[in-house]
Design a protein around this ligand. Structure first.
Ligand code: 5CA
Length: 446
């Protein structure tokens, strides 16, 4: 993409309304625009990041054997009356009436609708296990929408729902989700710690939240600091191997890690040596629930068992805050000059800065680099504006592309361009051809 043909409305001023760094940087980098309290347009740069996050979420869900579909944002109130949540959900639920006087809601979550789909089509244990998910906009009329996309009213969520014959099968689905979530966050360059939590309006007893440690997080967290060092890494995972999946969950949940809702001071003191005890804050980027037959029973989602009787299925639901992750990623990856995107989610991986637009040699070298890199499948943003070098560097630093290639007449006279890592600030000079090879090599494993 050439910057002169793109739409990147960066702001020079720091917006006064933004209280936390990710919100400030998203506004300054031209990623989002607020349209109403807690409701945002995703401008092209922000939309690219959102799409990259979605892609990783899809890949990891499907790797775990979960099946994508797409449910609507508007739901008939009838379904929610069946489960009893139409009245329970309170003011967070946005209620709408259509021209025929029928009550609709803008879905805050989809347990009822997915249960309705299930009961219409599945009648036998032979069709189990089944996990369906989608990535769709939700609406919750939060009392205090704030921190930009972190606590929006309209927000993008991945929500998945498992259907199983027995509690044990459903707990395997729960564990599968935990492991797939750990992988998802790790691929984005985030450490998200599973913490025992409270279930709120979704229901059930078993629930974990995934928290990214950050000063600006809304949740207070209590944990053994050794839990923050655990990594899945590149280990092979067989999602059908119950014991192996359960063992990974045990590895990641046996050290003390709880949110304030479930924190137990006595257990904290007994289980965690003082030197490892930490109290901090975290951003909740996901939550998984097992709630048994809470929806299947009232809504009649039954299957025949191998013994021939009919039983309500065991269910759980599992959510990832896709749009919130954009903010969480920035909270975890920035410096005083701007965002520092991990390569896996970066809106573009490489930025080309032409120090002297209009100089024939510099323009030709930039065009060559642009074609060479895009030809190798790399997403490039070429700053071809007629601007001062300082302004171009500031824009690149602000929008946080992982790699910058700087091209100027002086370097070119010696046959060189410069590659700079946004994360380390380290630079290296080489020929334009070598730069293409080097970047293609560095990015091959992402
Ligand atoms: N039905 C379940 C699981 S699918 C559910 O709704 N879970 S949830 O309420 O925990 O939401 C899932 C994730 O969505 C949260 O972990 C959080 O990351 C994200 N989320 C929740 N509310 C908001 C909000 N107001 N703004 C942005 N993200 C949110």
């Amino acid at each position: 993409m050439r910057l002169t043909r793109y739409f990147l409305p960066v702001l020079k001023e720091t917006p006064a309304e933004a209280q936390i760094v990710s919100h400030r940087l998203m506004l300054r980098a031209g990623m989002i625009r607020q349209q109403a309290a807690g409701i945002y347009s995703w401008l092209p740069l922000g939309y690219r990041v959102l799409r990259n996050i979605e892609r990783i979420v899809h890949e990891e869900q499907q790797r775990a054997g979960h099946i994508p579909l797409l449910m609507p944002t508007l739901q008939p109130a009838e379904l929610w009356r069946e489960s009893g949540r139409y009245d329970d959900y309170g003011q967070e639920m946005l209620r709408i009436r259509d021209r025929h006087g029928r009550d609709l809601i803008y879905g805050p979550t989809n347990e009822e609708m997915i249960t309705d789909i299930f009961r219409a089509h599945v009648t036998s244990y032979r069709d189990l296990p089944l996990t369906l998910y989608h990535i769709q906009w939700k609406f919750r009329d939060e009392i205090r929408p704030r921190f930009g996309v972190m606590r929006g009213r309209e927000f993008l969520m991945k929500d998945g729902y498992n259907f199983d014959l027995t509690r044990e099968d459903a707990l395997h689905a729960y564990n599968r989700h935990m492991v797939s979530y750990l992988r998802t966050y790790e691929r984005m360059g985030l450490t998200a710690i599973p913490m025992r939590a409270a279930s709120g309006p979704i229901g059930g007893d078993d629930t974990h939240e995934f928290l990214v440690l950050a000063q600006t997080g809304e949740s207070q967290v209590f944990y053994d600091d050794r839990v923050a060092g655990l990594k899945l890494g590149r280990r092979e995972i067989d999602y059908d191997d119950r014991d192996a999946v359960a063992a990974i969950c045990a590895e990641f949940t046996s050290l003390y890690a709880r949110t304030d809702e479930t924190h137990d001071e006595a257990a904290f003191a007994a289980q965690v040596p003082e030197a490892h005890r930490r109290v901090g804050r975290g951003i909740e980027v996901g939550q998984i629930f097992y709630f048994g037959t809470k929806y299947s029973e009232p809504m009649g989602a039954l299957v025949t068992t191998p013994e021939g009787d009919r039983r309500p299925v065991h269910m759980g639901s599992h959510g990832i805050g896709v749009s919130r992750l954009v903010g969480a990623l920035i909270e975890a990856h920035h410096d005083d000059r701007g965002i520092i995107w991990p390569e896996s989610v970066a809106p573009f991986t490489v930025g080309i800065v032409n120090l002297k637009q209009g100089d024939a040699a510099a323009d030709a070298a930039c065009e060559g680099l642009y074609r060479g890199l895009t030809g190798r499948g790399i997403e490039v943003l070429y700053d071809d504006r007629d601007e001062r070098a300082g302004a171009k560097f500031a824009t690149m630093d602000l929008i946080g592309l992982p790699w910058r290639v700087t091209v100027g007449p002086r370097g070119l006279a010696a046959g060189k361009v410069e590659i700079t890592s946004r994360r380390t600030g380290e630079s290296e000079e080489m020929s334009p051809e070598a730069a293409v090879d080097r970047l293609a090599g560095l990015l091959a494993g992402i």
